[in-house]
Design a protein around this ligand. Structure first.
Ligand SMILES: Nc1ncnc2c1ncn2[C@@H]1O[C@H](COP(=O)(O)OP(=O)(O)OP(=O)(O)O)[C@@H](O)[C@H]1O
Ligand SMILES: [Mg+2]
Length: 220
């Protein structure tokens, strides 16, 4: 479960998020939309504590972020897989090692890291490209590598920030389909996008942000 309770965020005197209240159930898939500058990325960044809320509280599963000890932040981040618009792959590592790195830096033993990496690549249908390097892949393939990296440690929540912003419309819908498949396997998914085509017809809840305020909710 994800819950925002009266959350506000300021940068100096500028209010970026004002009194946000959102609840997303465990296993739900939802979207966050709104124009550029609305605060979508900031809202996601608060969830993995890249930024701290100035007011209110955020609950992720059973973690209460307002009172979370610094020493528990790595634990929080292990529960959350994050996907970005620009993929953020490491150029000089092949696909397999880009995904496996997420486990190796957490000290997962090598045999298990390899098994989990193979499974994650299978879920995104990329096992055949395990030895390829990012620059030889299409945008959609690169994003699937990034998604494999996000899910390899079996997170409870996947956050995606404009994950299809660099992809053509057909590939974008394939990526959304992949998120829907992951959601069907039980992972809570929240996708921030200004592209209405991505949630049209999905039947999922869409939270609308405007100028830092939650301006409404609709069903896609
Ligand atoms: N580190 C920061 N310091 C100061 N202002 C910031 C910072 N990060 C974001 N902002 C401001 O907060 C507001 C919301 O930014 P945010 O990136 O969350 O919007 P967004 O909805 O993700 O936009 P986009 O669709 O362009 O990605 C903007 O006015 C932005 O300039
Ligand atoms: Mg953004």
């Amino acid at each position: 479960m994800i819950a925002f309770q009266n959350v506000s965020k300021y940068y100096d005197l500028h209010t970026v998020l004002r009194n946000i209240n959102i609840t997303i159930q465990k296993g739900e898939m939802a979207f966050l939309t709104g124009p550029s500058g609305a605060g979508k990325s900031t809202l996601l960044r608060l969830m993995y504590m890249a930024e701290l809320a100035d007011e209110g509280n955020i609950i992720i599963e059973d973690l209460d972020l307002a009172s979370l000890k610094m020493s528990r932040i790595p634990f929080l981040r292990r529960s959350i897989g994050v996907v970005f618009q620009d993929f953020k792959l490491i150029k000089n590592l092949n696909v397999f090692n880009n995904v496996a790195l997420a486990l190796r830096i957490r000290g997962v033993v090598e045999r298990e890291a390899r098994n989990l990496t193979s499974e994650a690549l299978k879920k995104v249908n990329l096992r055949h490209l395990a030895d390829s390097y990012p620059q030889s892949l299409s945008g959609g393939e690169q994003q699937r590598v990034a998604i494999a990296r996000a899910i390899v440690a079996d997170p409870l929540v996947i956050l995606a920030d404009e994950p299809t912003g660099n992809l053509d419309p057909g590939t974008a819908l394939d990526i959304i389909k992949l998120f829907r498949d992951l959601n069907l396997q039980g992972t809570t998914v929240l996708i921030a996008t200004h592209n209405r085509e991505l949630f049209r017809g999905t039947g999922k809840r869409v939270f609308k942000l405007d100028g830092g305020t939650l301006s409404g909710e609709e069903v896609g």
